[in-house]
Design a protein around this ligand. Sequence first.
Ligand SMILES: Nc1nc2c(c(=O)[nH]1)N[C@@H](CN(C=O)c1ccc(C(=O)N[C@@H](CCC(=O)O)C(=O)O)cc1)CN2
Length: 287
Amino acid sequence: MVTATVLDGKATAAEIKDELRIRVKALAERGITPGLGTVLVGADPGSQAYVNGKHRDCAEVGIASIRRELPADATPQQVDDVLAELNADPACHGYIVQLPLPAHLDTQRVLELIDPAKDADGLHPVNLGRLVLGYDGPLPCTPRGIVELLRRHDVALRGATVAVVGRGNTVGRPLGLLLTRRSENATVTLCHTGTLDLASHTRAADIVIVAAGVPGLLTADMINPGAVVVDVGITRVIGPDGKGRYTGDVDPEVAETAGALVPMPGGVGPMTRAMLLTNVVERAERG
Ligand SMILES: Nc1nc2c(c(=O)[nH]1)N[C@@H](CN(C=O)c1ccc(C(=O)N[C@@H](CCC(=O)O)C(=O)O)cc1)CN2
C-alpha cells in the first residue's frame, strides 16, 4: 500500500513547461527563438525515444529543434564536425550529445568539444567546475530537476541530512555539490560502491536520493520512517513475460515507510527534460 505522498514529477514538469511557454513568447517579442540541438550517434531505441521526447517538449514550448544524427560507426572526426557546426550555429542556443555513445567513441573527449556556453546538459568540465566554485552556469539537468521538484513541493533542504547513493558525474556527484550550495544548505553524505554499511547512512538521513542504477537497491528497512525518498534509477530489465521494462533503484515497499516518494516513472525523468528546456531558455534570455 502506498502511504507516502507521491511527489509528481510529471505534473511539476508540466507546470514548468507552462512557465517556459510564457518566457519563450517574451523572447519572440525580442525577435529571439531559442533553439535546442541534439546529437544522436547510433540507433539505440531507448536513446532514439529520449531524443524524440526532447524534440516533442521543444515543440510544446516553442523552442526550435535542431537534430543531428550519425551512424553507430561514426568516426571521431564525423562527431567533431557535427559539434563544430553546432558550436558555430547562432540558431542553436544549447545542445546535448545523447548518452551513452557507442563504445568506440571517447565520451569525455566528445563532451569537452561542446562550447561550454552551449552546454545544455551542464556536463562540460568547465560548467562542472563552475558548479564546484559556486559560479553561475548551466546546471546538470537531473540534479537541477531533483532540487527543483523538492523545492516546489516544500521539502526543506536547509539543515536536512541527505544521503545521495551514487557518485556518477551526471547525477550523484553534481547533486552533492548542488545540495551543499549556500542557497540549499543541506548536509550531504555521498555514498558509493565503496561505502561500508550503506543502510547506516540511509537510515540516518531525512532525504535519501538513489542514483545507483541497481534495481531495488533501497529497501524499506534501510530508511528512517517518514523520510523523503527520490528514485533516480532507470534500468531496463527483461520481465518474466520476456518483455523489456524500466525499473527504479527503490523497492516498491519503500512507499509504505517513506513520508514522501519521488517515483520512477513519473518523477525525476520528466523533471530532467524540463530542466533541459530551462537551460536553453535561460541561455537565449542571456543573449
Ligand atoms: N545527454 C544526456 N544523455 C542522457 C541523459 C541526459 O540527461 N543527457 N539522461 C538519460 C536519458 N534521458 C535523457 O536523455 C532520460 C531518461 C528517462 C526519462 C524519463 O522521463 N523517463 C520516464 C520513464 C521511462 C519512459 O517512460 O521512457 C520517467 O522517469 O517517468 C527522461 C530522460 C541517459 N542519457
